[in-house]
Design a protein around this ligand. Structure first.
Ligand SMILES: Nc1ncnc2c1ncn2[C@@H]1O[C@H](COP(=O)(O)OS(=O)(=O)O)[C@@H](OP(=O)(O)O)[C@H]1O
Ligand SMILES: [Mg+2]
Ligand SMILES: [Mg+2]
Ligand SMILES: [Mg+2]
Length: 383
């Protein structure tokens, strides 16, 4: 069943303010921001963009019809909400950060929408985007045309890389979960010289209370996670409760750990997860959740381990991990490839990665790496 928020109020995000310093100090502080102020403007813009995109997705999920679904050439589904969410984020970042040129690496493009067969879909996206912007009220009454919407979507064609600033967006991560009425996320991160500087993750169907053991009593649903390098990870409800600092699980005994993996069997080798879990003595069955919601849930300790081993030949994209990765690491966790090396987001649209992604806390990482190595060795010798 759908879990949707009724309120479209946006989280209040305070601009950093200078304390009453002498003006000479204050102006210096503006020129060279302290570590705690760095990226504050970008984080406020990202939070606003993702919150608006999430409210568009919630509205669309409620109205979901089969005709909303298009198929890309790679046969993954795309919905009106994927395009609408990408357009909204692109527009908000452009308007909030107009002083800097926007480089955006994002999943969708307007190719199919510009075809005759896409006309109806494009009109519905345009309507949804305009309604969302109008509802928010901060950008006046000027309406966007279908062409404006296509252009906003296509600003996501950047190739990223290791120099300068690039935004990284998955407008709906877990489209299949979105279609089922299950978990999905809007995931936005900022790369600065190839490193993730901040990440924001909206999880519109994730309960505010823990889902440990895959159950929750909580009826407040919809979380926003945000993290800035060196400043920790915070979570608030999507309708704007005050933020709380979150931390990964401090479990040190792997038998007590619970483990997250993809919902879709095609996305991760679940037999490998079982083998790793057996070696670690994990008692609970793995919890299967769609999308980067797994990183959000991990960052607040709902589970202790996330394992992802795509089938051979699949290339991971940076937008599937950048925001989730900083949300977990700033909450005290560790995210690496199967060999224990940090993920490298500086190589363009793809993550340069051969085998798998693992995430857990500092205490469990050594035994997890050992179990992963042994399971991979057994697998390759049995093939
Ligand atoms: N074959 C294969 N292997 C691995 N990963 C794949 C594969 N196909 C797709 N994808 C990507 O998985 C993203 C969905 O995230 P999850 O796998 O965590 O969730 S789920 O299992 O789909 O529920 C999903 O993100 P979205 O396209 O944004 O939904 C894809 O980028
Ligand atoms: Mg997709
Ligand atoms: Mg994705
Ligand atoms: Mg997506």
């Amino acid at each position: 069943s759908f879990c949707c928020l009724s309120s479209s109020r946006l989280p209040k995000f305070a601009e950093p303010h200078l304390l009453s310093l002498p003006s000479s100090v204050a102006s210096r502080a503006l020129v060279v921001p302290s570590a705690s102020m760095q990226y504050d403007k970008e984080l406020a813009a990202a939070t606003k963009a993702v919150s608006l995109a999430a409210s568009l997705c919630q509205k669309s999920q409620k109205e979901l019809l089969r005709s909303d679904v298009h198929s890309k050439l790679d046969r993954t589904p795309v919905t009106v909400a994927d395009y609408g969410s990408q357009a909204i984020v692109s527009i908000v970042l452009e308007r909030e950060l107009s002083a800097e040129p926007l480089s955006l690496v994002a999943e969708e493009d307007s190719g199919d929408l510009r075809k005759d067969s896409g006309e109806d879909t494009l009109h519905r996206i345009t309507k949804l985007v305009n309604e969302t912007i109008e509802n928010d009220g901060s950008y006046g009454a000027s309406l966007l045309s279908p062409e404006d919407v296509c252009r906003a979507i296509d600003s996501g064609k950047s190739e990223g890389g290791s120099f300068g600033r690039h935004w990284v967006l998955d407008p709906i991560d877990g489209t299949k979960g979105f279609l089922r009425g299950d978990q999905y996320a809007v995931a936005l991160a900022l790369l600065d010289d190839g490193k993730v500087a901040l990440g924001v993750l909206a999880c519109p169907n994730l309960p505010l209370a823990s889902i440990a053991g895959n159950v929750t009593q909580e009826n407040v649903v919809g979380c926003l996670f945000y993290a800035k390098v060196g400043s920790g990870t915070f979570m608030q409800s999507l309708d704007g409760s005050s933020p709380v600092k979150v931390h990964v699980s401090d479990i040190g005994n792997s038998e007590d750990a619970s483990l997250f993996e993809s919902y879709e069997e095609a996305h991760s080798m679940q037999d490998l997860t079982s083998s790793i879990a057996r070696k670690l003595g994990v008692k609970a069955p793995p919890v299967r959740i769609d999308s980067q919601v797994k990183y959000g849930a991990l960052s607040r300790g709902d589970g202790a381990i996330y394992l992802r081993f795509p089938h051979k030949g699949y290339r991971e994209k940076i937008w599937d991990h950048a925001a989730g990765c900083i949300v977990v690491t700033e909450a005290g966790g560790v995210v690496t490839n199967a060999a224990g090396q940090p993920l490298d987001f500086s190589k363009g649209r793809y993550l340069d990665l051969d085998t798998g992604i693992i995430a857990t806390n500092q205490k469990l990482m050594p035994s997890l790496l050992k179990a992963v190595r042994e399971s991979l060795e057994e697998r390759s010798s049995s093939l």
